[in-house]
Design a protein around this ligand. Structure first.
Ligand code: BES
Ligand code: ZN
Length: 619
């Protein structure tokens, strides 16, 4: 009943200190944009540095320890943090017990944690533990890993999940540096979005330091039995033993990518760029945790064909981690710029053909998304209004691919040289700060459009639904050829396999995604017989083929079993969601539910939440 007692004490304190002038009137040091997804009021008191001291217990599946913050206090008598599903055991201010209060629970935002402080308070520490409801953490059994010998843990902070494993001011407008001491079982290694160890310690104690200020959604931790192999002086991979050599080979071009990126938009500011290959339940393709990108193993295809994802996460080292969306309404500033930058890196390293194919795949995703949202046109605006909504609602092709198309159109309008110079300056000027859509808009006018006397319908692109008519047109001879080959296959009885022998993954994906609705199961069977697509080992090819098998009611070549196995093994939300949506769209919800019953326990909360909603499952 500690909590009630604290609540009473807290009210008393408020009465005593409550007659001071409203701190908000006094100081407006930083101009924070309106924040819909955090209880924090950083204008009055903000965290600056985190010192985390935690114990990772695989038996109870709980992280417990102390989060100590140095704070900047503008005369406030309280500091407010975000928490969700955390137990708060005790709180201190400058080393002495202080009172605290947990606010009402909100399904999305969790609970505010209000801590009593004084003018003079320099630091607060919170003794806390996670619970089994935590949404950021996924605890995996040995069976769910590649080597199957040790358990594994990873965190996923973006967008608002960091508060489920650390009490924190969980807004992208907050920037903090951090140190951490993490204790794990001694057979395991721990890595974070920070300076990392390259080998295991003898006792399972690890120390970390992130010296550049980052937003809370970028704090990340992974614990498991993995090892490190360098690719270059400043790039490398962490993976489980059975995957490490494959991973190193797959990501061999990492240094080339970093060099290409630096050449475009300025120095890489984070010293090290490593990738950790996580177990297949990782809910994303990749996550740009600073210094250490978290990645799905499904991009290890054996032929480096899916590594644009690495270029994407690397690009976030500028767009996202250096210059951060101020709120989740501005999410397109993170992702649209990153897709643009990703495709520029891919062009620099592999040439225009590959870059344009990637851009066209995204262009088709964008058309599909606009069709999806035909009854909710507001959702096709770049700048979103997420009041009362989850940041997840903005995580769709609009932010990514409409954002890309806008920037590409802008590039083609002003010319590449001017555009590149502008972007380089944009990153430099806003490094280690956050940016709203409005601020970007005025920066764009002032530094690119006005000086060059260019009129551009920027506001239409950003604030209106749909796609403006001045959109850049993207073409690819290779894709045009893939479409021609498809026609040929459909019009004749035989299949000339020599026509596809030089195809890359992207051509296969395009070919499969463009099957006409009138295609018959016999056509599917013929193509499958020639290319064995139902057993494709490339995850992207498999995913789009499975989707077509569901669309066209094709059941040959063991495809049904392979779809089920894929959905049980892989938790990458984009893949899983695409396939379950295809089941549903094609009147196969019962089958979907039967598979989901078996697969759900393998999914991270991010994926499970999406699929629960899609299939109407209550939990
Ligand atoms: N930062 C995102 C992942 C993300 C976005 C997580 C929003 C949580 C909330 C990451 O950079 C990303 O975009 N991943 C994509 C990669 C792809 C576009 C190359 C993915 O996971 O599919
Ligand atoms: Zn991204």
């Amino acid at each position: 009943m500690n909590l009630t007692k604290n609540a009473i004490l807290f009210t008393l304190l408020l009465l005593v200190f409550g007659c001071q002038p409203d701190p908000k009137e006094k100081i407006q040091a930083v101009n924070y944009a309106e924040e819909l997804h955090s209880y924090a009021r950083p204008n009055t008191s903000a965290i600056k540095h985190l010192n985390l001291d935690i114990d990772v217990d695989f038996n109870s599946e709980i992280i417990k320890g102390i989060a100590t913050y140095s704070i900047e206090n503008q005369n406030a008598t309280e500091i407010i943090l975000d928490t969700k599903f955390l137990e708060i055991d005790a709180v201190e201010a400058d080393g002495k017990p202080t009172t605290f209060k947990l606010g009402e629970f909100d399904e999305q935002l969790g609970q505010s944690l209000t801590i009593a402080i004084t003018n003079a308070t320099k630091s607060i520490s919170i003794n806390y533990r996670t619970t089994n409801k935590t949404e950021a953490l996924q605890w995996l059994s040995p069976q769910q890993t590649a080597d199957k010998t040790h358990p594994f843990l990873f965190t996923q902070g973006q967008a608002i999940l960091t508060r489920t494993w650390i009490p924190i001011q969980d807004s992208p407008q907050i920037r903090i540096t951090y140190d951490a001491k993490v204790k794990v079982p001694k057979e395991l290694m721990a890595v974070m979005s920070a300076e990392n160890p390259k080998t295991k310690t003898a006792d399972g104690s690890y120390s970390f330091k992130m010296k550049q200020p980052i937003s809370p959604y970028l704090i990340a931790l992974a614990v498991g039995d993995f090892e490190y192999k360098a690719v270059s002086d400043r790039t490398g991979v962490y993976a489980e033993k059975s995957l490490i050599d494959k991973a190193r080979y797959e990501f061999e071009d990492m240094e080339k990518m970093v060099l290409a990126a630096e050449n475009l938009y300025g120095d890489y500011d984070w010293d090290q760029f490593d990738v950790i290959v996580l177990p297949p339940s990782f809910p994303f393709g990749g996550m740009e945790n600073p210094r250490l990108t978290f990645a799905t193993p499904t991009i290890i295809a054996g032929d480096k064909s899916l590594t644009s994802l690495i270029a994407h996460e690397l690009a976030h080292s500028w767009s996202g981690n250096l210059v951060t969306n101020a709120t989740w309404n501005d999410f397109w500033l993170n992702e649209g710029f990153t897709v643009y930058f990703e495709i520029r890196i891919m062009e620099a390293v592999y040439g225009k053909d590959r870059a344009n194919m990637i851009a066209l795949i995204g262009r088709q995703d964008l058309s599909d998304e606009i069709e999806n949202f035909k009854n909710e046109p507001n959702r096709t605006k770049l700048r979103q209004d997420l009041k009362g909504k989850s940041p997840d609602d903005a995580m769709n092709s609009i932010a990514y691919d409409k954002g890309y198309l806008f920037l590409r159109t802008l590039e083609e309008t002003v010319g590449r040289d001017k555009f590149d110079a502008f972007l380089k300056n944009y990153f430099k000027t806003h490094a280690f700060s956050t940016i709203t859509t409005e601020k970007f808009l005025s920066y764009l006018n002032e530094h690119l459009l006005e000086p060059n006397n260019i009129t551009f319908n920027t506001e239409e692109w950003i604030y209106k639904s749909g796609i403006p008519s001045n959109q850049a047109s993207i073409t690819s001879d290779k894709f045009a050829n893939a479409e021609k080959v498809l026609q040929q296959f459909l019009e004749s009885d035989t299949i000339d396999t020599s026509l596809t022998k030089d195809w890359t993954t992207l051509e296969w994906v395009h070919f499969i995604r463009n099957f006409p609705k009138t295609m018959t199961t016999e056509d599917m069977a013929r193509i499958d017989k020639a290319f064995d697509l139902s057993n494709a080992t490339n995850s992207h090819i498999a995913m789009v083929w499975f989707e077509q098998a569901l669309n066209l009611d094709y059941h040959g070549n063991n495809v049904d079993q392979n779809i089920e196995d894929f959905l049980i093994r892989v938790g990458r939300r984009w893949y899983v969601n695409t396939l379950f949506k295809a089941f549903k769209r094609n009147g196969k919800t019962e089958e979907a539910l039967a598979i989901y019953k078996k697969s759900r326990e393998n999914y991270h909360s991010v994926t499970a939440t999406t699929i629960d909603e899609l299939l109407g499952v209550k939990n």
